[in-house]
Design a protein around this ligand. Structure first.
Ligand code: G6Q
Length: 544
């Protein structure tokens, strides 16, 4: 497929930004704030309960104007329309990309190949809700007649990271009578530790796999079946009462032995890392209940509509994406730190790692040409304040520029004494210190001896966004995730790369399958790898 977009570095706005960068890079946030007393109110935007303060970025009004121009020249509006229209924008897999349909209201109409997919989406949601009511109400019984008390999601990558993150994020709202566990790694320890204190008679496994072929998930599902049957006396009929599946493949689910009446489907137009709001979110729905799951979808949808319709200058995902590009491609920043000041969001950075890097970790454009600019930065992070006592040192005083996204909430879900004010004081203080730093004169004025002064200087001018919301609710979480999803989409559109395939993941799936028989073979197998791999395999075989 040929695109009609000018190569990125030839777009007029890109050239203008290259020149503009030279003028702006030396400006200090101290001066930018001093010159404009309203800056902290001006560079802000708000939607779906999320307030974005992007004033502590190394930008001027002109920077924003040029970045918006770049979005326009990159055909962003047309790309957005193409996605929402159901065009096959995932060109290497010839698929539509319609996670936005997963959270569309019942009366919406989104078509793939002429067929409205919204009724199917809602039919699956209804089925999930009905299942949830039976499990939570004790009507769904295990093989021995006991109700379900434990739910174990087995899945990996997109079939794990979203569900884990959402469960942790919304734990406050979860049914505490149920225990939730997540098994993803093929390292057997993951399964062993997740199930060691569970009673099989009260345990339900959700095997979550879009393809139902993924080695890790299938291996864990087999072990789960053995564990269950061992615990329940070996009657194979028990499987139907203790296993449900989430997949796009009815045949493979049936072949595994799961009753397809207990299968929750989704579609090839839902990418793995964009699937936590499909049936892949069954564990989330079981944890928080159908009404709150709908509120989560409502939050996603509000942000979808904002992204689709709002002018770019107040469009949160577009602004966040443009700022990410500004640092990545002009300042040469290699990473972005995501720092939630909310313990419930402890898995949010891990979730974002996949969303961002699996989507935009690409080196060729949609036309197959090798890019001559950097694509996805590395996303990483930890919840505050813990990170402050570890890697923040480098963000404050190291040699690298690390733009930060701070995420914080006005109210704690379970207030505890002064904790929340102290937490929030920290987030505000960190963003302030990063931006403004501490000069040598200020350090000296504190009576610090001359030799020690350089060590205590903070040069500042280290950029950050602050995202502030009243409280972590299902709806806010949905909006927050959609904000990042669409920011990733926008970045991909500007880089003219395809954010919706993952050939790198595919490679790993194939390579390991080839080596497994060489490790398991009783007799020494002929090895045809490089000398290092051959040697490692031989050593491993000797250690087994
Ligand atoms: C996500 C990726 C990848 C995928 C896993 C699990 O976008 O494609 O992380 O989700 O490899 O795949 P299955 O759901 O098919 O088991």
């Amino acid at each position: 497929m040929k695109t009609t977009i000018n190569p990125l570095t030839r777009r007029p706005a890109w050239k203008a930004l290259t020149a503009h960068y030279k003028a702006v890079k030396a400006l200090h946030l101290r001066d930018l704030f001093a010159a404009d007393p309203k800056r902290g109110e001006r560079f802000t935007a708000e939607e779906a309960g999320l307030f974005l303060d992007y004033s502590k970025n190394r930008i001027t009004g002109e920077t924003v104007k040029l970045l918006l121009q770049l979005a326009k020249e990159s055909g962003l509006r047309e790309r957005i329309n193409a996605m929402f229209r159901g065009d096959r924008i995932n060109i290497t897999e010839n698929r539509a990309v319609l996670h936005v349909a997963l959270r569309a209201p019942k009366d919406a109409c989104i078509t793939v190949d002429g067929k409205n997919v919204v009724p199917e989406v809602h039919a699956v949601l209804e089925k999930m809700a009905g299942f949830c009511r039976r499990v939570r109400g004790g009507k769904w019984k295990g093989h021995t007649g006991k109700p379900i008390r434990n739910v174990v999601n087995i899945g990996i990558g997109g079939s794990d990271l979203g569900p884990v993150m959402a469960y942790e994020a919304l734990r406050h709202y979860s049914d505490r009578a149920l225990t939730f566990r997540f098994v993803s790694n093929v390292d057997g320890i993951d399964f062993v530790e997740a199930t060691r204190d569970l009673d099989p008679a009260e345990t339900l496994f959700i095997v979550s796999s879009k393809t139902f072929t993924t080695l890790e998930t299938m291996t864990n599902a087999e072990s789960a079946r053995k564990w269950l049957l061992q615990g329940l006396g070996g009657d194979a009929r028990a499987v139907a009462r203790h296993f449900v599946a989430v997949s796009t493949s009815t045949e493979r689910v049936a072949a595994f032995g799961i009753d397809t009446a207990n299968m929750f489907g989704f579609w090839d137009w839902v990418g793995g890392r964009y699937s936590m709001d499909s049936a892949i979110g069954l564990s989330t729905l079981l944890a928080i209940g159908p009404e709150r799951f709908r509120a989560l979808l409502g939050g996603f949808h509000r942000m979808d509509e904002h992204f689709r319709t709002a002018p770019f200058e107040r469009n949160l995902p577009v602004l966040m994406a443009l700022l990410a590009i500004w640092y990545n491609d002009f300042f040469g920043a290699q990473t972005v730190a995501v720092l939630p000041y909310e313990q419930y969001l402890k898995r949010f950075p891990a979730y974002l790692q996949q969303l961002t890097m699996e989507s935009n970790g690409k080196r060729v454009t949609l036309d197959g040409a090798v890019v001559n600019y950097d694509t996805s930065p590395i996303y990483w992070g930890e919840p505050g304040t813990n990170g402050q006592h570890s890697f923040y040192q480098l963000i404050h005083q190291g040699t690298r520029l690390i733009p930060c996204d701070f995420i914080a909430f006005g109210r704690a879900l379970t207030p505890l004494g002064r904790h929340h004010d102290i937490l929030m004081a920290n987030v505000f203080a960190q963003a302030e210190a990063l931006a403004f730093g501490k000069t040598a004169a200020e350090v000296k004025a504190e009576g610090v001896p001359d030799w020690l002064v350089p060590h205590q200087v903070f040069e500042g001018n280290r950029p950050s966004n602050t995202i502030l919301a009243p409280q972590l609710t299902p709806e806010t979480l949905g909006a927050l995730i959609a904000l990042y999803e669409h920011s990733v989409f926008t970045q991909g559109a500007i880089w003219n790369i395809g954010p919706f395939d993952q050939w790198g993941v595919q490679l790993g799936k194939v390579l390991a399958q080839r080596i497994v028989p060489e490790l398991e073979s009783r007799t020494p197998p002929p090895l045809k790898h490089d000398s290092s791999t051959n040697n490692l395999i031989r050593r491993y075989r000797a250690m087994r």
